[in-house]
Ligand binder design. Structure first.
Ligand code: ATP
Ligand code: MG
Length: 338
């Protein structure tokens, strides 16, 4: 087994946004370029997306579209395994087995369930509650040791570790305990300046958004709530727009970032101009992604072929793990059925 194996997933519940990019996808791309890169698998987790009301055609279309977006962000299927979760049915099989291992009390503490149940009052399904159990299966099916995710997934990963420990105690040492890999911007707030930026909350800037839309959205984005008048001094440390300047201005022009911080504090720079400048940087840096996304969207057959290549690579690992698991828990494995 390799020293480290990476697994992460993204739901096909809409267009990926700046939070997904800065919190997760960017790390996936950086990781694949590292000279000593670990073996990495990235799944478009369509079974997870069933926890919300979603039309079958929409789910299939968003899955393909997410593939286009991830490739547009620079994920290279030659270097990593990119696949669709439902193409490897062992995810669901291990999910059931883990639901007989996980403790109800642990699941009842999950804050994402509480948030999502609040958001979807008319569809609080059992899958929404057991979501972290399927997620533990996603990760442990590949015996992954590292999981690059945003901060919202840290609690779920604690549960994955607990499931691994409980399984190992009951059935013998089988799974490693996966650790989160957090990026610098592990929890980007939405344009409302408070809630986490989320596909399901409608407070996003999507990666493929048109330049005019990006400008219009940033124009009305919430900044420092204490800065009511133009001449009030600003507090960059609490401003979501400054966080974004840190990602889009800072890496290319650290001096400009320092000047923005200074001029915000002294009120020499107003929020309107600050946001306009940010919009220019975001538009500049998202343009190549938007263009690549459009090019991939025009090649749906190639997207399907790439997912099939990914399926084969993922399935080989998943099948080996499941044979081991089936033998450990006392159900009949494929080898015995033949
Ligand atoms: P949904 O609202 O459907 O749950 P989402 O925007 O939360 O969508 P997911 O597919 O659930 O996106 O998550 C994909 C990855 O993006 C995860 O690693 C998650 O931690 C990360 N992520 C999501 N939102 C943010 C955010 N605002 N800041 C940083 N990382 C994020
Ligand atoms: Mg989410």
């Amino acid at each position: 087994m390799p020293r480290h194996r990476i697994f992460s997933g993204i739901q096909p519940t809409g267009e990926p946004h700046l939070g997904n990019y800065l919190g997760a996808i960017r790390q996936w791309v950086e990781q694949q370029e590292a000279p000593d890169r670990a073996d990495a698998l990235y799944a478009i987790v369509d079974y997870h997306a069933l926890t919300i009301e979603i039309e079958p055609e929409q789910l299939a279309a968003w899955t393909l579209d997410m593939t286009a977006s991830l490739l547009a962000c620079g994920l290279d299927p030659q270097k990593v395994t990119l696949f669709r979760q439902s193409d490897v049915p062992e995810h669901a099989e291990l999910g059931w087995i883990f639901s007989c291992v996980a403790a109800l009390g642990d699941l009842q503490r999950m804050t994402q369930f509480k948030d999502k149940a609040e958001q979807n009052k008319d569809n609080i399904n059992v899958g929404l509650f057991t979501y972290p159990v399927l997620q533990a299966a996603d990760i442990l099916l590949y015996k992954a040791t590292q999981v690059p995710v945003g901060e919202d997934q840290v609690q779920h990963l604690e549960l994955s570790r607990e499931v691994a420990r409980r399984f190992n105690r009951r059935f013998g040492e089988t799974f490693p305990e996966p650790q989160p890999l957090l990026s610098k911007v592990a929890r980007l707030r939405g344009l409302d300046g408070s809630a986490k930026m989320s596909k399901s909350k409608g407070n996003t800037v999507a990666l493929g958004e048109a330049p005019e839309t990006i400008r219009a959205k940033l124009k009305v984005a919430v900044t420092d709530p204490a800065r009511l008048r133009r001449n009030d001094p600003g507090h960059p440390e609490v401003c979501n727009i400054f966080t974004l300047h840190g990602c889009f201005t800072g890496p290319r022009d650290p001096e400009r970032l320092a000047a923005i911080e200074r001029d915000c504090r002294s009120a020499a720079l107003g929020c309107v101009d600050c946001k306009k400048e940010l919009a220019d940087r975001v538009v500049e840096q998202l343009t190549p992604i938007r263009e690549a996304q459009a090019a991939w969207r025009a090649r749906p057959d190639d997207l399907r072929d790439l997912l099939e290549v990914g399926r084969k690579k993922a399935a080989a690992i998943a099948e080996a793990t499941m044979e081991e698991v089936r033998a450990r828990i006392g159900v009949r494995g494929l080898a015995k059925r033949r």
